[in-house]
Design a protein around this ligand. Sequence first.
Ligand SMILES: Cc1ncc(COP(=O)(O)O)c(C=O)c1O
Length: 387
Amino acid sequence: MIKLIKSSFYHEAETKQALVDFILNEEILSMNKECKKFEESFAAKQGRKHAVYVGNGSVANSLLIQSLMNTGVFKKGDKIGFSSLTWPTNVMPLIQLGLIPVAIDCELDTLNVSPAKLNGYVDDLKGLFLTNVLGFCDDIAGIKKICDEKGIILIEDNCESLGSESNGKLLGNFGLASTFSFFVGHHMSTIEGGMVCTDDDELYNYLVMGRAHGWDRNLSPEVQEKMRSETDTDTFYAKYTFYDLASNYRPTEINGFIGNTQMPYWDEIVTKRADNFNSFVNAMTKNDDFYQYDLSHMDMISNFSMPIICKTTELTKQYKAKFDAAGVEIRPVIAGNMTKQPFYQKYVQDIAPRPNSDLVHANGFYFGNNPEMTKEEINTLCSLLGK
Ligand SMILES: Cc1ncc(COP(=O)(O)O)c(C=O)c1O
């Protein structure tokens, strides 16, 4: 069986042993110095000024949207574009927080929103919550340029694309802020975990407050002093003053510790997945039963699963059966077209076709791409990608 998710973390046995020792010896297991250390090394490696570690990628998205509302960048009723091919908790926070989601179709050769697709919506949008789908991007530099020209705030959901690069830049570094997921099976796992990165100091302070109840305890002493004096907060109430809307999205030291054990493997994890991707793409290029990708604008493509889009319904049936019979676990491409999901139809009632996302929904599937795959597993998958 070639499963979608092969292990809980990279180098699982050593990581679990280190975790046992850590738990036995550590007094404080709620968010503390391990989480801080993980944030600092993640921000440095990603090349961002700030990183805020949270419980998972979904709450990273919620926290980012809430914080952008708290800073006044987004207001209730603003229209925010998003990639119709994505994960539900990319768009759910938009609906939950009173924004109006606008689904934008993808291109078939990148599975991502392109400048051409975005252009149809630019006059209306206040923001664009772009998903970098499965390690791929379209012309993201072109998207950023359009957003800048039109005053659209670009933010990236990079939960699926750690380590991928375009225009010499890591995905997740094109927008005002970006989110990451460390759920099992993603590039880097902390069991559950998520991150929000930004270079913006004000947004960072709001992310830190929004992650923990809306209080100021995790802010720098200078920012605390400023907030307290602006609100006339006395020392008795200082720890129990809540400055803005928030929740509790904190991770634990256990997750933070795992993050620190995984950080040294970042390059290895990303490169091995990129190598596997190259083998898969070489194998599928010769097969005209599939839509082919055009990712020549990317410098590094690292995905945690390999999407396949068949040209017809009949071929889709045949290839799904072929993968099943070979014991390869497959699933829909992320979760298909969001506008077809019951929650979306309940709250947004937008059923206009997004033809490419519809096709991916109907004719797509993916299998796992894991850095610890054996040569034999890779060969099996490559031969299944032939005719
Ligand atoms: C694009 C995207 N956004 C958000 C998430 C949510 O991340 P998590 O599973 O850590 O909540 C995922 C999860 O796979 C995802 O693919």
